[in-house]
Design a protein around this ligand. Structure first.
Ligand code: SF4
Ligand code: SF4
Length: 426
């Protein structure tokens, strides 16, 4: 099942300093006073009907600034079409009325938040989110979180200690989601050496405490040939199958990360050009030739690349390699993985996530896709349909990262919720 990100309004009431939509917002001088003039609900609803087989998520910008009436209309429409709805919000405007709307619309709520107090200093105005998260959980809503790991919450060991403490508190609430590295935001992101150190530390911490956060679950799933977030799923920048975006005038576009200054209409066909280039280009020239993790990684997101050129691999490669190595060793230690058996082979076209087709990394994964699965079965060694699709369809979830995680499926060791996962980082 694909993922439709409904983005009627791309402005935001917070304007976080590292947001990947900040360039577009600045270019278009998006003004909060003109929110309603930027979208046409009739056209949006008509298009949503075309995608009724997709999971649908209300996204932004910040969607709650559209007001309760319009938010409710959109979420109700989603519920009518798909049986449920989803939203990714910075949480600033959440109040009792919105919580009632979420309950009525069977909404999975993804909250973008980097932790309490100074941990969120790049996200002005979000210091009381904890209370809101607790309230939503208490009222039975499915809540997940997208955290951006930056200098604000991991710049030194004291901040990292606070962050870990907060992850444990969230675990008590059965809330988890994505720990996205801050990227493409010089001045806010961690310097490479520290980034690797922090993520290895967090990987170990999550393993020790059985915390199921991305990207760790995606790395493990990638090594096992299972569903994972878009970043590791071979993304065509002109047809981002993991993220279909519906904008305010009813047009269909790609993942907003690909639309820096202008919204460009989606190309009708998906190509495998980047994968082919990366597989054949030596690593010293920006490719991934001879990397044993290629089938689990695919060079990362094409919008976070060396020299900002989508044909190159991601500049986060050293981080990903370190994490692949960490989990490879761990899986090997328990006898669950052999790189020779699974990842030495060629990547097949459409090898990942034919269903997921979402996985933007903004819609947190649900269900099976995010379970770190250490239960070894014979058939797990080589996915059944690996000849054709690279992964077994039973593992195919939507993993763009924009579908808020279900708390019991990702954190509570249950696999009864099956949602998608896009993974945004706003
Ligand atoms: S780990 Fe690096 S070299 Fe290997 S596939 Fe990923 S981006 Fe390419
Ligand atoms: S975030 Fe995901 S869908 Fe968007 S460009 Fe990157 S890999 Fe593609």
């Amino acid at each position: 099942m694909g993922l439709l990100l409904v983005k009627p309004y791309l402005g935001c009431n917070l304007n976080c300093k590292y947001c990947y939509e900040r360039v577009y917002r600045k270019e278009k001088k998006l003004n909060l006073g003109k929110v309603k003039s930027q979208y046409d609900l009739k056209k949006i609803f008509k298009e949503m009907e075309e995608f009724k087989d997709y999971q649908q998520v209300l996204h932004g910008g910040e969607p709650l600034v559209m007001g309760k009436k319009d938010v409710k209309k959109i979420l109700m429409k989603m519920k009518k079409l798909t049986g449920r709805s989803g939203i990714q919000t910075n949480g600033f405007l959440i109040d009792d009325d919105f919580i009632k709307i979420f309950k009525k619309c069977n909404t999975s709520v993804g909250v973008s938040y980097d932790g309490p107090e100074e941990l969120s200093k790049f996200r002005p105005g979000t210091s009381n989110l904890d209370e809101k998260v607790r309230k939503m959980v208490k009222q039975g809503l499915r809540v997940s979180m997208i955290m951006v790991i930056s200098k604000a919450n991991a710049g030194n060991d004291k901040l990292l200690g606070k962050l870990k403490k907060y992850l444990l508190e969230l675990n008590e609430l059965k809330v988890c989601g994505r720990l996205n590295p801050c990227a493409g935001a010089p001045g806010f992101e961690l310097e490479e050496k520290r980034l690797i150190k922090i993520y290895l530390d967090l990987a170990d911490f999550c393993l020790t405490h059985n915390l199921r956060w991305s990207p760790f679950v995606d790395i493990v799933n990638g090594l096992q040939g299972k569903c994972r977030v878009c970043t590791f799923s071979s993304c065509d920048i002109f047809h981002t199958k993991s993220a279909t975006v519906l904008v305010g005038d009813g047009s269909i576009s790609n993942c907003i990360r690909t639309n820096e200054k202008e919204i460009i209409l989606r190309h009708p066909a998906e190509y495998n050009t980047r994968d082919e280039i990366l597989k054949e280009t030596p690593q010293e020239f920006g490719g991934c030739l001879n990397c044993k993790y290629f089938n689990a990684c695919h060079g990362g997101c094409p919008t976070q690349t060396i020299d900002n050129d989508w044909r190159n691999r991601t500049y986060l490669c050293p981080l990903y390699k370190a994490l692949f190595q960490f989990y490879e060793k761990t899986l090997n230690f328990f006898g669950f993985y052999s790189s020779r058996s699974k990842y030495a082979g060629e990547v097949k076209r459409g090898g990942i996530n034919e269903i997921h087709q979402d996985g933007h990394g903004d819609w947190p994964n649900h269900g099976d896709s995010n379970q770190i699965n250490f239960e070894q079965k014979e058939e797990d060694h080589v996915p059944k349909n690996s000849e054709n699709k690279g992964i077994d369809s039973k593992y195919q979830d939507d993993s763009h990262g924009d579908w808020p995680n279900h708390r019991d499926s990702r954190c509570g060791n249950r696999a009864d919720h099956k949602d998608n996962a896009h993974g945004d980082s706003n």
